[in-house]
Ligand binder design. Sequence first.
Ligand code: NDP
Length: 248
Amino acid sequence: MQVKIDLTGRVALVTGGSRGIGHAIARSLAGVGAQVAILGRDSAKAQEVAHALANGAARGYGCDVRDAAQVESTVGAVERDFGHIDVVVNNAGTTRDNLLFRIGEDDWDMVIDTNLKGAFLVTKHAARGMIKRRWGRIVNITSVVGISGNKGQANYSASKAGLIGFTKAVSKELSSRNVLVNAVAPGFIDTELTRSIGEAARNALIEAIPLGRLGQGSDVAAAVLFLASDFASYITGQVLVVDGGLVL
Ligand code: NDP
């Protein structure tokens, strides 16, 4: 028996799809036939990345997920351009790392608004169409630090733990309409977000990972593809950890 994920006919919206993990997710979704809408603050970059995707059926949109009006109008534009939205991947995220006493209010707000409020706004606007169509998949990209916490990341850990609570609550609200809501919790993935880590700390990290390597965007994308596919049609409210065994 050949088992193959096929999302032909599905429309996926990926926030922060212009680089890093989001880009790998967008590429993978397009690779299995989905039409993909890529959102990022840098509109030109989102469009450039969309044009380069395999199936030529992607579009890029400039949208700051912290801004309710921008999210509402962008979700509307995606629905007009593609007809509907089947899959949402809330991936846009940022860090402003510091020890507790050094975290300024701006850095707290920036992280919570991007990572948590952004997912709330996109989900709220995109889920309406899914409910009407009785089919939807929402995948929130959280982090292992939302489960375990991390020194110097109180703001980031709080945003990612919040996203797990949000995932579980919304999964309960939307399950009767066949809209499934899950989270993927990556460990350390090799992207711009983690490239600033010094070499010594990076090597120590790799030693602590049972599988002996940092993750790649494609490792996270594979989990998202599974949760967006018909193979996951009896799974909701879950957190799938993709971390090479780091947090057990
Ligand atoms: P990157 O910094 O490489 O990419 C972040 C993406 O999010 C960019 O496309 C960026 O585009 C977009 N973005 C940032 N802020 C906003 C905003 N306000 N509105 C819209 N888009 C925004 O990050 P990663 O790829 O490493 O991370 C992706 C997700 O995975 C994040 O949620 C992160 O927390 C999570 N994660 C990452 C891990 C890692 O090790 N890298 C580990 C665990 C979780 P633009 O700048 O144009 O807006």
